[in-house]
Design a protein around this ligand. Sequence first.
Ligand code: SF4
Ligand code: MG
Length: 325
Amino acid sequence: DGPLLRVEGLKVHFPVMKGVVIQKQVATVKAVDGVSFTLDRGETLGLVGESGCGKSTTGLAILRMLTPTAGRIVFEGEDIATHDKGRMRKVRRRMQMVYQDPYGSLDPRMKVGDIVGEPLVVHGVAGDRAAYRARIAELIRMVGLLPDMAERYPHEFSGGQRQRIGIARALALNPSLIICDEPVSALDVSIQAQVVNLFMELQERLGLAYLFIAHDLSVVRHISNRIAVMYLGRIVEIATRDQLYREPMHPYTQALMAAVPIPDPALEATRPQQIISGEVPSALRPPPGCRFHPRCPRAMDACRTQDPDLRDRGDGRAVACHLHG
Ligand code: SF4
Ligand code: MG
């Protein structure tokens, strides 16, 4: 039957143009530069890395809101990497997105019910007025809000409630995959866990798969079955959640792990010093050899010239690092 989603060798490169009248391409930003992974039905893959590492671009390319430069995106058995708008329309019923910004992503002039029901109208499956209203009420209840909220406007809601509205909208067409692009990053810490729990409840109930994008490891810990760590357009480590937290193998994963706040002050005192330093190098000119070598505390001579492959270790984990070759 195969996985729900198989991404193979995905590249998204952007030309950098110069000139006003006559434009000339002067460089290429390799935002995503050879990303491969699979996602099963009902599974959550966390996708983690610093801003600018290509994780959002990966999500947008899978949804085909960006056109891949190379690679395959096999979703429900169909390679959609080169689909045109018309063919994507049908696919988009099955894959939806929840955005980072619960303030900017909802149209302030629309009532909440119409925001949630809009995908039904756009795809011509709204049915008659009674069916449409009943479906909206069901969706709103599913995300823990009250059906009479359908008559109100987004500005009347808190950030957490707005994110629930965004989730209800994403559920309208019964998708099998939701790409969640930092869906709790803009929320108060006290609200984040509630929204993550809602995602988990909905997954259990509806069999959804999530690609859950985040910039730190603490957010994805509870929700992910597996986690992929990205650095400068590449996956540097992919492992089950337990493997990754028990024994992070890539020095960049270790650095991200060291940046996760530890609630116990006794443990905090024993925590290794922050080992990640320096700016993220630009995807315009990635360093030669291992892209992480200018920031890596364990860099060796080979790291400056040889680009390590993402090597499958045969235990469900793959790592791109000469220490683990
Ligand atoms: Fe560090 Fe070398 Fe491993 Fe890159 S390949 S992460 S520079 S040890
Ligand atoms: Mg982003």
